[in-house]
Structure formats: C-alpha cells, structure tokens
Write a protein that binds this ligand. Structure first.
Ligand code: HEC
Ligand code: HEC
Length: 417
C-alpha cells in the first residue's frame, strides 16, 4: 500500500518534471504549482484567514515572519484567535530530503518531519507529505475539522481544474476524499521540494560555485564551524556528492531552557499541565507509541531531543517585514544568532540562573537557566567551546552567508583590492 502510493506519486510527478525541463529550470511542475496554490491559500482554514505561508514566510526563510510573535513566545496564533501552538515553526524548506524516520546502525533516530519526528513518512512514503496533512486539521493551526473539509474548500476556493489534473478526475468526489487528501500532501511536499523553495542561492552557494568570495570574517567563521565550534557534527556541510543542507536529520538535546513567554502554558484546554508542561521532543513521541511499539522502550534515551534543523536561511529576513526579530530553537527561546552561538559556547561555563529567565534576562545576568529536559544532554559537542567573543561573531558572520537570494557583485575583486 505504502509503496503503491509512492509509486503513484512518482508517476504523476515525472511527466510534469520533464515538461518543466522544457519550460526552463525555474518553472514549476503542475504538481508543484498545485502545492504552491495550496500553501498560500488562506481559505483553507477555519476563519479563512490563515495559510501555511503565514507561519512559513518565504521572506523570513520559510519560517515565522511576524516580529512580534518571534520577540516573545516564538510560537504562532492559529486561525482561531487566542489559540497558540506549542513550538516555533521550523523552516518549511530544505526538509523534504529528510528520510523516513528510522534507527541507524548506531541506534540513533534519523529522519521524519517536525521537531519531534512525528511525521515519520511511513504511511505515505514521504515525511513531508505526511507533515503537510497535519496543519489543516490542527485545532491550534488552520483548524478545519476533516480531510473532506479541506478537499471541499480546495474544490470551491481555487482552481479546481488544476486539482483534478494533478489529483485525478474524481478528486472532488466525496467518495474519493482519502486519496485526494493524500494527493494534497504529496503536492505540497512537491512544492516544498521545488527549486522555488530550495533555491541554493546563498552567498555560500555562490562561493562554492566560484562566483563570490567569503570575507576574512566569514572564512574564519566557516573554519570555526568545521573545527573548534563542532557545528558540522550535526549541521553537516559535506554530505557525499550532495549540496549541503546543514543538517543530518538526527536528534539531540542541547539543553535549551523553557521559554517562559510561550503562550501555550496558558492554553489550558489543550495543555492541562499549564506552566508545568515540558516539551519532551522525540522521546515524548516515542513514549506515546506514536510510531512502533518496539520503539517505546527507546523513549527514555530520547527525552528532550529535537530534530537538527537546517541552518539555511537562519538569518534571512526581508526588510518588508519591518525590523528584524527571528526566534531560534524549538521554543524560540533565542532571539539572535549571536545569543544561540553564545549558548553553545558557554552553556556549561556560566552559572545557572536562579530562576527561569527569558533570554534577555539571562544575557543581562550572565547566566543560563536550567535545561527544559535535563536527561540526555549532549555534553560531548556543546557547552564549553572556548570560543572568544570575536570567534562567536565570526561564526555568526558565516551563518549570515546562508541566506538565499544573494546577488554576486560583478566588480567585487576590483573594489576589494
Ligand atoms: C499556525 C502556524 C502554522 C501553520 C498555519 C502551519 N505551520 Fe508548519 N509548522 C508550524 C510549527 C509550530 C511547526 C513545528 C511543530 C512541531 O514540530 O511540533 C511546523 C512544522 C512544519 C514543518 C516541519 C519542518 C521540519 O523540518 O520538520 C513543515 C514542513 C511545515 N510546518 C509545513 C507547513 C505546511 C505545508 C503548512 C500548511 C499546510 C503549515 N506548515 C502550516 C507552524 C505552522
Ligand atoms: C550535537 C548536535 C549539534 C551541534 C554540534 C550543533 N547543533 Fe545547532 N542545533 C542542533 C539541534 C538538535 C538544534 C535544535 C535544538 C532545539 O531546538 O532544542 C539546533 C539548533 C540550532 C540553531 C537554531 C535554528 C533554528 O531554526 O531555530 C542554530 C542557529 C544552530 N543550531 C547553530 C549551530 C551552530 C552555529 C553550531 C556550532 C557552534 C551548532 N549549531 C552545533 C544540533 C546541533
């Protein structure tokens, strides 16, 4: 069944991929076009006011584009006012290559989508396709009630011809909802895998292609990324024969503190634990027997672990969005690249704050609050890197080269010398 639907997906995708080759590299396939139209369609929500793009804005590197949300809780309000989710939106780009969630030879979990891997990809043969079916029906996000609702809204609010061409003549028939909803997932995933989303057009890519040069500071940052900073251990730069995604799709507990400003703590209807709620990450998903019963026993050693996110576009923020505030890590605790790099550098060096401070308070008091989950902390690669302040800055400069949309300057070498 699983193989069959993935096969169907490929059969559908192939002719359009060929067609797009003729139309030019940037043209989207019909399936990608459909996925794009769905991704940006606000009608596909309870109040007709929220699309995927509202929490995954291209201008913000396909993550949260709202400076106000980012500045505090880091989580986003759903279609129904006052309902907030519990985690920061990760980028919806550069994640379609995440494999189906599995255990590797060393016993580590790899793959899946979401911070906790719960879109495993087993059902549809694609984590991204499974992920894309979630938000429409999440009461804290787009808040529709059934797949039939979503399909019905697609058939009435947008170009249903395109939907039928890609998903089949009977895509809008009531009897066919389940297959049509799978096709919605595959189409959104196809858009997320497209060159419009994964542009590989950063300064980093231009340097790799010999079309630009790093500044001395950026070069130093890259060396630290690969060496003393150990970032490359998880945010992998050198995958065999492929373009760097800056993630290996594994899971780790960095010891990120709770974000006291997360509005989820007061969402008692959805979060009976209130302020005592703890985000257990991958371990929480495994414990709930979300994937395989034989993985439940592995929950304990995966408590507090979250998926290694891509670092592409971590700094990206279009000026049209207003003054830049982004949020970093699964709960948006960190508000700048400098502060998260400082955390990697000094987690185990600075004293523990006397109570749960916000990032701003912690930076002012020169301490870090205790980790949200104390078990399974990564002690080997993180916490006491011995970086100087200037080295932290250089790492940030390197991270800033990962934003797509870089335009190489033609006479760079003349003006630089
Ligand atoms: C209200 C805000 C919101 C909306 C709307 C929303 N998302 Fe998300 N998205 C999130 C949050 C928060 C997460 C992380 C949730 C988690 O890990 O539990 C997430 C996770 C993801 C991921 C996982 C990325 C990864 O690396 O694992 C993808 C892909 C994604 N969303 C795509 C979409 C698509 C497609 C839609 C529309 C169908 C959508 N999102 C709608 C907030 C939102
Ligand atoms: C042991 C694996 C590991 C190492 C080493 C590592 N990271 Fe991470 N990184 C992660 C994980 C896992 C997360 C998400 C953790 C969370 O949210 O709880 C993350 C999150 C981040 C984020 C936030 C991205 C976002 O979208 O929210 C940035 C930025 C980052 N890392 C940069 C770095 C830099 C720079 C280094 C080197 C100094 C580094 N990382 C070293 C695993 C690692």
């Amino acid at each position: 069944m699983k193989k069959f639907s993935f096969f169907l997906f490929q059969v559908l995708a192939l002719p359009v991929i060929l067609a797009s080759g003729i139309l030019g590299a940037q043209a989207l396939t019909l399936q990608e076009e459909l996925g794009k139209a769905i991704f940006f369609n606000k009608d596909l929500s309870f109040n007709g006011n929220q699309a995927c793009a509202d929490c995954h804005g291209a201008e913000a590197g396909w993550t949260g584009p709202d400076a106000n949300f980012n500045a505090y809780g880091g989580v986003y309000e759903g279609s129904i006012a006052g309902r907030f989710g519990n985690r920061k939106p990760p980028a919806s780009a550069y994640m379609t290559q995440s494999p189906i969630l599995h255990l590797d030879k060393k016993g580590n979990f790899v793959g899946g989508n979401f911070w906790d891997g719960r879109a495993t990809g087993e059902r549809l043969g694609s984590p991204a396709a499974e992920q894309a079916q979630g938000p429409f029906l999440n009461p804290l996000e787009q808040a529709l009630s059934t797949p039939a609702d979503v399909v019905n809204k697609i058939c009435t609010s947008m170009d249903s011809d395109l939907f039928r061409i890609v998903c089949g003549d009977n895509a809008c028939d009531e009897a066919n909802v389940s297959a049509a909803y799978d096709c919605v997932g595959y189409s959104v995933a196809a858009f997320e895998a497209s060159p419009e989303v994964n542009q590989f057009s950063s300064k980093y890519d231009a340097v790799k292609a010999g079309k630009a040069q790093f500044s001395k500071e950026e070069q130093k940052g890259l060396a630290l990324f690969m060496g003393k900073g150990k970032c490359n251990k998880c945010h992998v730069v050198t995958p065999r024969g492929k373009k760097a995604l800056f993630t290996d799709f594994t899971y780790d507990n960095l010891g990120v503190p709770k974000n006291p400003e997360n509005p989820f703590y007061s969402q008692i209807d959805y979060n009976p634990a209130g302020t005592n709620w703890i985000d257990l990450g991958l371990g929480g998903f495994l414990a709930a027997q979300g994937a395989h019963s034989e993985w439940v026993s592995l929950a304990v050693i995966n408590m507090g672990k979250h998926k290694v996110p891509t670092l592409r576009n971590v700094d990206k923020w279009d000026p049209s969005l207003g003054p830049k505030v982004k949020a970093y890590s699964h709960n948006g605790y960190f508000k700048s690249l400098k502060s998260i790099v400082h955390f990697y550098n000094t987690r185990d060096v600075l004293p523990v704050c006397p109570e749960l401070y916000t990032e701003e308070e912690a930076l002012a008091a020169n301490c870090w609050p205790e980790p949200e989950v104390a078990q399974n902390l990564n002690m080997a690669d993180i916490g006491d890197l011995g970086l100087s302040n200037a080295e932290e800055d250089a790492l940030v400069s390197f991270l800033e080269t990962l934003s797509d949309g870089y335009v190489p300057q033609k006479h760079q070498s003349c003006s630089a010398r």
